[in-house]
Design a protein around this ligand. Structure first.
Ligand code: CIR
Length: 258
C-alpha cells in the first residue's frame, strides 16, 4: 500500500523576504501566512495524509516551499541543489528528515542545479523543467539518478515562469493541465487540458477524485468539478505573492516502503 506521508515545513519568520522573480513584490502578511499554512496542513491531514514537519529553517525566507529541496522517485530521495543560492541552506534539514524515514538518499552536485518545483512525475515519466533554477547538468544528473530505476526523463524548456510546475501539473488520470500563455511547449504533452487561470494549473492529488487547489482559481475549480473531480480549496494568497503554489508547500512520499 503506498505511503500517505507528506513533508511540510513551517514558514520562516523571514518569509516576507522570500524571492520574487517573475512578478511584482507585494507586502506579505506573515501572521496570515502562518494561518494559511496551518489550514493547508489541516487539509492534507483531513484527507488522510500524515504530515511530517521538517525542522524549521528560520534563516531561510523561502524554506516553507519545501517541495523545491528534494525529488522523490520510488524509495529514493534526490536532494536538490537550488539554482537560487539563498535557498541552498534549506536542504540539510530535509536530507535529515528523508534519511530518518528510511529513504535512500542521492544528491545533485555542482555544477548541477535543480529545484523540485521543476519536476513533474506522471507514473514513470518524469518531466523536468530546464529553466531559471534547473540547469542542463541538473537535468543530466536527474536522468542518471532515476533512469536506472525505471523512469523515463523528459526535459521541458521553461522560460515564462519560475518552475515547470508553476505552469503544469497533472490530474489523477495523467492528463496534463496547464495555462497555455505560461507554457513554452504545450505540444510536448500527449494528453493536455488547458485551464483558464494560471493558478488553476496547480493541483495536489489528495487521493481518489480529490484535488487540492488554490482559492485563486475558481473557474478552473468549476471546470474540474464538472469533470467529476472534487476540488478541495485552500487560500494561499500570501505564498502566491512569493510565486508559491499549492504544490510547493509539501512533498508527498508515495513510493516509500513504510
Ligand atoms: N515549487 C515552487 O513553486 N516553489 C515556489 C518557490 C518560491 C520562492 N519565492 C522562490 O522564488 O524560490
Amino acid at each position: 500500500m503506498p505511503s500517505k506521508k507528506a513533508l511540510v515545513r513551517r514558514p520562516s519568520p523571514r518569509l516576507a523576504e522570500g524571492l520574487v522573480t517573475h512578478i511584482e513584490r507585494e507586502r506579505v502578511d506573515a501572521d496570515l501566512a502562518v494561518e494559511q499554512w496551518e489550514a493547508y496542513v489541516a487539509a492534507l491531514r483531513t484527507h488522510g495524509w500524515e504530515t511530517i514537519e521538517v525542522d524549521p529553517a528560520g534563516d531561510c525566507p523561502d524554506s516553507v516551499f519545501v517541495e523545491d529541496t528534494v525529488v522523490m522517485y520510488k524509495n529514493v530521495a534526490l536532494i536538490a541543489r537550488p539554482g537560487a543560492e539563498s535557498r541552498r541552506d534549506e536542504t540539510a534539514g530535509v536530507e535529515e528528515a528523508v534519511a530518518g524515514l528510511g529513504c535512500s538518499v542521492n544528491w545533485i552536485w555542482e555544477p548541477g542545479t535543480l529545484e523540485g518545483g521543476d519536476v513533474l512525475k506522471i507514473g514513470d515519466t518524469v518531466y523536468v523543467g530546464r529553466g531559471g533554477r534547473t540547469n542542463a547538468a541538473g537535468v543530466q544528473q536527474l536522468r542518471a539518478a532515476f533512469e536506472p530505476l525505471g523512469a523515463r526523463v523528459v526535459a521541458v524548456p521553461v522560460t515564462k515562469v519560475l518552475h515547470l510546475k508553476s505552469a503544469v501539473t497533472a490530474l489523477p488520470d495523467g492528463t496534463v493541465i496547464g495555462h497555455i500563455p505560461k507554457m513554452d511547449a504545450p505540444s510536448l504533452f500527449a494528453r493536455f487540458l488547458p485551464v483558464p487561470e494560471e493558478s488553476g494549473s496547480h493541483v495536489v492529488l489528495l487521493g481518489g477524485d480529490k484535488l487540492l487547489m488554490a482559492a485563486s482559481a475558481p473557474k478552473t475549480a468549476e471546470l474540474f468539478a464538472d469533470l467529476g473531480y472534487e476540488p478541495v480549496v485552500v487560500d494561499i494568497s500570501e505564498f502566491e505573492k512569493l510565486e508559491g503554489c499549492v504544490t510547493c508547500l509539501s512533498v508527498r512520499l508515495r513510493g516509500l516502503y513504510a
